[in-house]
Design a protein around this ligand. Structure first.
Ligand code: UDP
Length: 341
């Protein structure tokens, strides 16, 4: 097996030399789009997924395609992880508990799967010297008000009695561990902090706002805006995110570093609700719901979250191509085409 970070020139991921990639969490929303991109570029893909928060429906169309293989199992199973890593040349580690509801409702599962899963992936990658890209999250910035968030900015995390912060801390520990492997043995580890990522196939089942609003609008139900709706987010289209992830995997200079990936166009949630209503031509009305009713105890919403994208732009020329209206149009079309929530 060849070590891609040493042997191959930049440009191999989507171009010339064909590789076999392990994608943990490949049946998830982001993972399934990544698998399509890799297969489309002629690579082989091995997916390791336990089909929990991901869904078989996301990758059903890939089964049977040349170069694609699904192995159903957990990243918590070290022997299985090792077997998969050994067979591949590089690893995209996306498997993770997702969504605020799951995190607040099932904190043990969240912490264990995030920390143990990443530990297993890193141990196996270290053993076989595979490049690993770990997907982390903008949650790691916590309640910081130093906007836009820069990769070297401080994390401001709330009390351990507020369960939401378990996710941020577990992901931060993954980052520490990945960077520690780079520091001690120069294992090529890249950390990517994903900001709000949206697009076709994302389900509203775990609380994500855009699929929820689109489904509500298309069925003329009330649009559920939590709090006063003045909290703001930046939404990135999954295809732009995949371009960034793929670019960082092939960029040798990314090893040992942390990168934000997302889109820096900011919108309030109230404005988002109005845009969804306008774009769908819905008769829905906005319904304001206090946070205390929207979420179980142990939750705290973030006010604003904007990525500073300068570092990833400088590294690989990353520039998101799809603005919020294009993103919403894409999601609306997908729902009209029959996507279930
Ligand atoms: N949100 C909302 N109504 C919903 C679902 C979410 O107002 O039906 C809000 C949520 O409180 C948050 C924002 O939309 O302020 C983004 O929520 P999401 O769960 O998509 O992402 P995150 O909170 O992780 O940024």
């Amino acid at each position: 097996m060849i070590n891609i970070w040493i042997e191959y020139p930049s440009g191999n991921l989507l171009g010339g030399f064909k590789m076999k990639y392990l994608v943990t969490g490949g049946s998830g929303f982001v993972g399934s789009h990544l698998c399509e991109t890799l297969l489309g570029a002629g690579h082989q893909v091995l997916v390791l997924d336990n089909l929990s928060t991901g869904s078989y429906a996301n990758i059903e169309h890939l089964e049977g395609k040349p170069g694609f293989e699904l192995r159903v199992g957990s990243v918590n199973d070290y022997d299985l992880v090792e077997e998969c890593v050994r067979e591949c040349s590089a690893v995209f580690h996306l498997a993770s508990a997702v969504g605020v509801r799951l995190i607040v409702d099932q904190p043990v599962l969240t912490i264990e799967s995030i920390v143990n899963g990443t530990d297993n992936v890193l141990k196996a990658s270290s053993r076989y010297r595979r490049k690993v890209l770990i997907t982390s999250t903008s949650e790691v910035y916590g309640k910081s008000d130093k906007l836009p968030f820069r990769e070297d900015g401080d994390s401001v995390i709330g009390a351990t009695t507020t369960r939401r912060w378990a996710y941020a801390c577990a992901k931060a520990l993954d980052e520490f561990l990945g960077l520690a492997h780079w520091h001690e043995t120069r294992l090529p580890v890249v950390i990517v902090r994903l900001f709000n990522t949206v697009g076709p196939r994302q389900t509203g089942q775990y609380g994500m706002v855009i699929p929820r609003f689109v489904r509500q609008a298309l069925s003329n139900e009330p649009i559920t805006v939590y709090g006063d709706g003045m909290q703001a987010r930046c939404f990135g289209h999954v295809q732009d995110i995949i371009t960034g992830i793929a670019g960082l995997m092939e960029h040798t200079g990314a090893a040992g570093q942390v990168f934000n990936i997302g889109n820096d166009e900011e919108t309030t949630i109230l404005d988002l609700a109005n845009r969804v209503i306008a774009l769908t031509g819905s008769a829905s009305k906005i319904k304001i719901i206090p946070f205390s009713e929207a979420y179980p105890a142990g939750f705290e919403d973030m006010h604003r979250r904007i990525p500073d994208l300068n570092k990833v732009k400088a590294a690989i020329g990353y520039a998101p191509k799809r603005n919020l209206d294009a993103i919403l149009t894409d999601v609306i079309n997908q729902f009209k085409g029959g996507q279930k929530v």
